[in-house]
Design a protein around this ligand. Structure first.
Ligand code: MTE
Length: 358
């Protein structure tokens, strides 16, 4: 895959992405390069009759038209990196097959400038009851699972929902949301796995318990033991919310042959929610020795940061590796065996890239 090619995982192009580029002009991902991850086709609806239903444990359930949302609340914008939980799943395939799961590499991660309204403001308007603990988002798409057809959905806890940083977004990078990215309205839950940023929003429901939607209760959960009776069932696993601390080498790509001597290594890294990224280290010998990389474009707690280092490589094979450390002093697990789980989510083992210097 070259830098400008789009890697497409399905015939309809619902699941695709481009190779990230860690240079300053690529800090915000253009729509042309932004990854797409959809479990069903883009839904058709009439913008004239579209509305958002707000129901469940609220004092004043109601429907909002798009104008009511946009005119009724202050405009809010946020730069946030969307990370799919399937990022770097392909590395797990070296340990064995993951049937039915898309073999994502480093491409399902992108950063956008999102604009819309703060979820918190809308929730204050409808009044959240004292029993409410979770906010459930449901999309208008039609996903088929277990013989049923339903809208993709999931939930976030009320503290996150009321944090002021969760958006009901109508714009990406200064233009209306493209259909593929959720037009007319999507949730943007910064720092949480991409699956919680529900597109084509139709319903928001306040609940005492997490959403029973398949994508909250049965998928997007890390389960480390296979259930022999139901090998694809991860409902006993832990639900995913914050994306884990991660660091990825985007240049050079694995398998490259380069001139020996000074070799520039570039990539991105991101902390996990309130535990911010503090440092990035790179190794040229598979993790025996490490040196600090320079942060070239610092991000925020809700975005990636870019880093770079120059290694001096002798002729021969080299096992590059990268690891990040967060503000709690936590670093990444070294091996894939430590992060492996039944559906191959949230891989944040050291990213390793084998290259040859000549
Ligand atoms: N929302 C709906 N309604 N349907 C979906 O299939 N996919 C989720 C999330 N929101 C999805 C959805 C997943 S898994 C991810 S990673 C992000 O959307 C991808 O957002 P993007 O396609 O705008 O990059």
């Amino acid at each position: 895959m070259t830098q400008d090619q789009r890697l497409i995982h399905d015939a309809a192009g619902l699941n695709s992405g481009t190779w990230p580029v860690a240079t300053p002009e690529h800090f915000i991902t253009t729509v042309e390069r932004f990854f797409t991850r959809s479990h069903a086709p883009v839904p058709a609806f009439d913008p004239a009759t579209w509305h958002l239903d707000v129901a469940g444990l609220v004092e004043r359930p109601r429907q909002f038209t798009l104008d009511e949302l946009l005119d009724g609340f202050p405009r809010h914008s946020l730069v946030a990196t969307l990370v799919c939980a399937g990022l770097r799943r392909d590395e797990f395939l070296t340990l064995g097959p993951l049937p039915g799961e898309l073999p994502w590499g480093p491409e399902p991660v992108s950063t956008g400038t999102w604009a819309g309204i703060a979820l918190e403001h809308m929730l204050r308007k409808v009044g959240v009851t004292s029993e409410a603990r979770y906010v459930e988002f449901t999309g208008l798409d039609a996903v088929e699972r277990e013989g049923r057809t339903f809208g993709f959905g999931g939930s976030i806890d009320l503290d996150k929902a009321m944090s002021g940083d969760v958006l009901l977004a109508t714009e990406l990078n200064g233009a209306p949301l493209p259909p593929m990215h959720g037009y007319p309205l999507r949730a943007v839950v910064p720092g949480w796995i991409g699956a919680r940023s529900v597109k084509w929003l139709g319903q928001i429901t306040l609940r005492a318990d997490p959403s029973p939607n398949y994508f909250q209760s049965k998928a997007y959960r890390t389960q480390r033991e296979i259930n022999p009776d139901k090998p694809h069932d991860v409902s006993a696993g832990d639900p995913l919310d914050a994306v884990p601390l991660n660091a990825v080498i985007v240049k050079p790509a694995a398998g490259k042959t380069l001139a020996a001597g000074a070799v520039t290594v570039q990539g991105w890294a991101m902390g996990s929610a309130s535990r911010r990224l503090v440092s990035v280290e790179v190794s040229a010998n598979g993790g025996r020795d490490w040196s600090k990389a320079r942060i070239t474009v610092p991000g925020t707690e809700w975005t990636w940061s870019f880093w770079e280092t120059v290694l001096h490589l002798e002729p021969g094979p080299h096992a590059l590796a990268v690891r990040a450390t967060d503000s709690a002093g936590v670093t990444q697990p070294a091996g894939l065996g430590e992060t492996w789980n039944v559906k191959g989510y949230a891989n944040n083992a050291w990213h390793r890239v084998a290259i040859l210097a000549e």
